[in-house]
Design a binder for this molecule. Structure first.
Ligand code: ATR
Length: 275
């Protein structure tokens, strides 16, 4: 069978690990997937998507800065993408309509719960940040029914807007917004979804939020311990994880949407960790 074409679109894109991840998935599952990275000009996303599918492309991942445009462009959206306001996965349904989905939140939850054995149900969860990355994961996090989800952000009003937007999905979870300085009790799980570490910055949290059994998760990943995770370790955390597993898990869920086969993620995470 000849290969079917998939790609990730972004700008910049040269450092993307997605082609490597999907080629490992293809090898493992035997699915005829060829996956490339496409750098798209900032004003050319819609045209690039159209060309890709007209040329017979089967599915796209979308990354910075096009996730919101991908969402807007789609004719149908999965429920989890609708509220996220952003899409990382595009494909065409049988009627030829462009479908948008967002697998980031499921990727985060699977990495925490399945790979690291973290219990989110009934947990006190602190999420840092209120940008697109956090908006994309709030729905799946709330589905796990934490007892509370505190959203802390530099610009408190943006956290407040997200709390209002997701109020109807909170169920029994106490969902609230605050600034970084307010939380002064330990949490069970702390998730950093800010882009502060890109500038080598730290959200100015008090160390009281960390106890020895607090799980700390940085949605960023890097070869070295991330700035945020190092801060957490320095302040008594023992279990800290970066976002490499989330990256592989969101890719696996995209692969499942396209191919109907969910790849095994553990060997792929391990391979990437050692590269
Ligand atoms: P992304 O797609 O990564 O979420 P974004 O939508 O620009 O990007 O959101 C970035 C998030 O990181 C925001 O929550 C931002 O805080 P503000 O809403 O106050 O802007 C947060 N952030 C960025 N730089 C930060 C810094 N140096 N310290 C703390 N928070 C920061």
């Amino acid at each position: 069978m000849s290969n079917e074409l998939y790609a990730v679109m972004g700008n910049p894109i040269s450092h993307s690990k997605s082609p490597r991840i999907h080629s490992l998935f293809a090898g493992q599952t035997g699915e005829p997937v060829e996956y490339t990275a496409i750098q798209v000009p900032l004003d050319g996303f819609a045209a690039a998507v159209r060309r890709f599918f007209e040329a017979g492309g089967k599915g796209l991942n979308v990354t910075v800065p096009f996730k919101e445009q991908a969402w807007a462009l789609a004719e149908c959206r999965a429920a989890r993408a609708e509220k996220a306001g952003a899409a990382n996965t595009l494909y065409q349904n049988e009627a030829g309509q462009l479908v948008a989905d967002n697998t980031d939140g499921q990727g985060l939850v699977r990495d925490l719960v399945d790979n690291h054995g973290v219990r989110l149900k009934d947990a006190r969860v602190l999420v840092l940040g209120a940008g697109g990355a956090v908006r994309g994961v709030l729905g799946p996090l709330l589905e796990q029914q934490p007892v509370s989800l505190t959203l802390a952000n530099r610009t408190v009003a943006k956290a407040g807007t997200l709390v209002k937007l997701f109020a109807d999905e909170a169920g029994t979870t106490t969902l609230r917004a605050c600034g970084f300085k307010e939380p002064d009790q330990p949490f069970d799980v702390i998730i950093n979804g800010t882009s502060a570490s890109l500038q080598g910055d730290l959200p100015p949290l008090g160390a009281d939020v960390i106890a020895a059994d607090t799980v700390v998760y940085d949605m960023m990943y890097s070869l070295q311990t991330t700035t945020f995770n190092q801060w957490a370790l320095d302040n008594g955390a023992i279990r800290v994880f970066d976002g490499l597993g989330m990256l592989v898990e969101q890719a696996a869920e995209s692969f499942r949407l396209w191919r109907g086969v969910l790849p095994e993620t553990a060997p792929v995470i391990e391979a990437l960790r050692n590269e």
